[in-house]
Design a protein around this ligand. Structure first.
Ligand SMILES: Cc1cc2nc3c(=O)[nH]c(=O)nc-3n(C[C@H](O)[C@H](O)[C@H](O)COP(=O)(O)OP(=O)(O)OC[C@H]3O[C@@H](n4cnc5c(N)ncnc54)[C@H](O)[C@@H]3O)c2cc1C
Ligand SMILES: NC(=O)c1ccc[n+]([C@@H]2O[C@H](COP(=O)([O-])OP(=O)(O)OC[C@H]3O[C@@H](n4cnc5c(N)ncnc54)[C@H](O)[C@@H]3O)[C@@H](O)[C@H]2O)c1
Length: 448
């Protein structure tokens, strides 16, 4: 048992790490705890390992696109070797993160944490701690599904750790996880099906560009079944039969692997909020605009676990963690600014957005929308890419309100629009940007 800590952080992911370091550097006594190796979802089970695997898929895709255009010979993925490539990044992460926290003076603990009173916490294997402040940064977990056979699904973490890639893969749900993994698996030679219950997929993104992505995904060999109502999963031991209904008819998709891509929910059910008087909202930790629990003022929340207006994305977890820390340290009420946070679906090519959707912008008043099919432009022709597009939305005075892109490098140049929206730039100002030529960004001026 140690004296009362100034801050205990639950969860060593992006939100928790940033907050713990900031408060410790300011002179507070800080402990952080995680039940898993340090690093959280993004570095160990999400963004980074996914993009390491995607590098192999990009190489295959590039060779296939230029087949007959000067590139000859089959390029294929060696899955176990690609997995080692991924591990060359992920394996050193926990030690490096823990080292950085210890160097900053943070006490690093391992175990599952739960509240036992308004100002006390118990950590498996570590005893009990009293705190002046606690930050809940426990992230999210796959949404529990209750159809018969749901226990046969593997989750995104299991997928990223597969030793071998099975031949026939069904993804349940048509969101970020399914599209990104489906694009990798298809380039690795798997026969891939996405079953989504909705009529429109990836609702966070521009529907015209999502249509392009669906077309492009089918061209890559991915079968996409929309409005599929899942009944059950039968079978076992790598031989599954996924039963679903579409338009009143029964269907079966045979698979060697079925993957959960049907959403994630805040990981807070183990924390015993009743003991600490912490309220829940929309499945996450209820917070004020400045990320404090309204029912227990010692407690703050950030990242995927918080029911804040921020989307469950890494950049949001990072800045919410920092702002929660600053509000605790200075006893302030600063609300995060969520404007200009971009989001990308890392398919090949990728789909990106920042700012308002066309529908949201139109609801607010007069807007100018430029939608361009850029598939015939030099940037795509050079790569042999058949699908690309952009939609830029400007307000009455020319101020950029939203930018939506599908195509090679969309994930990189959406950041330019993020800055433009954050700084309140107009179309005229962005068009005046001199861009190196020939780069993807040099196309931006022609997208308006
Ligand atoms: C497959 C996948 C790909 C993704 N790709 C992207 C991407 O490309 N770009 C992007 O912006 N976002 C991406 N995301 C989302 C992003 O990873 C998350 O938004 C971000 O990691 C959330 O950070 P966090 O700090 O809130 O939580 P996390 O990083 O999830 O950290 C929470 C930590 O808390 C620990 N914990 C939970 N409960 C307890 C407990 N009771 N006691 C002790 N420890 C506990 C967990 O073990 C975990 O390590 C992806 C997510 C997934 C699943
Ligand atoms: N590139 C990125 O930034 C990235 C990548 C992966 C995950 N993430 C984060 O993780 C979160 C979760 O991602 P996700 O892909 O699991 O969820 P998602 O919320 O993006 O999509 C889930 C999809 O599954 C469908 N669905 C739900 N239940 C279903 C069922 N029973 N049968 C068929 N379809 C069903 C939904 O209609 C929806 O289309 C995202 O919201 C995102 O914030 C981000």
């Amino acid at each position: 048992m140690i004296d009362t800590l100034d801050l205990i952080v639950i969860g060593a992911g992006m939100a928790g790490i940033n907050a713990a370091k900031k408060c410790s550097k300011a002179g507070w006594s800080v402990a952080i705890v995680d039940e898993l190796p340090y690093g959280g979802t993004c570095a160990l089970r999400g963004c980074d390992p996914k993009k390491m695997l995607r590098a192999g898929a990009e190489a295959v895709e590039a060779a296939q696109r230029l087949d007959g255009k000067g590139v000859v010979g089959e390029v294929r993925i060696d899955w176990p070797a690609l997995t080692k490539h991924k591990e060359s990044f992920t394996d050193p992460v926990p030690e490096s993160i823990e080292g950085g926290l210890s160097d900053a003076g943070v006490l690093c603990l391992r175990g599952r944490a739960r509240f036992i009173a308004e100002n006390r916490i118990a950590i498996d294997g570590n005893g009990e701690f009293a705190f002046r402040h606690a930050l809940i940064a426990t992230g999210a977990k796959p949404r529990p599904l209750d159809f018969p056979g749901a226990e046969q699904l593997i989750d995104s973490t299991d997928f990223l750790n597969l030793a071998e890639l099975p031949r026939r893969i069904v993804f349940v749900g048509g969101g970020y996880v399914s599209f990104e993994f489906a694009h990798i698996a298809a380039r690795a030679g798997a026969q891939v099906t996405i079953l989504d219950r909705g009529s429109q997929q990836l609702k966070m993104f521009d529907p015209d560009l999502v249509d392009m992505l669906l077309d492009r995904s089918r061209l890559a060999g991915i079968e996409i079944v929309t409005e599929a109502a899942l009944d059950r999963i039968e079978g076992a031991n790598g031989k599954h039969r996924v039963a679903y209904q579409k338009a009143g008819e029964n269907h079966i998709a045979e698979a060697d692997l079925v993957v959960h891509g049907a959403g994630r929910v805040p990981a807070i059910d183990q924390l015993d909020f009743t003991a600490a008087g912490i309220e829940i909202e929309n499945g996450g930790v209820k917070v004020t605009p400045w990320l404090q629990s309204p029912s227990n003022s010692r407690v703050f929340a950030a990242g995927d676990a918080a029911a804040s207006p921020g989307k469950p994305l890494t950049p949001v977890a990072v800045f919410e963690g920092k702002i929660a820390a600053s509000n605790m340290l200075k006893d302030k009420r600063t609300a995060p600014d969520y404007i200009g946070v971009p989001s990308v679906v890392f398919t090949i090519p990728e789909l990106a957005r920042v700012g308002l959707l066309e529908e949201e912008a139109r609801e607010r008043g007069e807007v100018d929308v430029s939608f361009t099919d850029t598939s015939s432009w030099f940037s795509q022709k050079r790569l042999g890419e058949s699908h690309a597009g952009a939609k830029i939305i400007a307000g009455d005075g020319g101020q950029i309100l939203g930018a939506h892109m599908f195509g090679p490098d969309a994930a990189e140049f959406i950041n330019i629009f993020s800055l433009a929206i954050k700084l309140g730039l107009t179309v005229k100002q962005v068009k005046s940007m001199p861009a190196a030529y020939p780069t993807g960004a040099s196309d931006i001026g022609s997208m308006f």
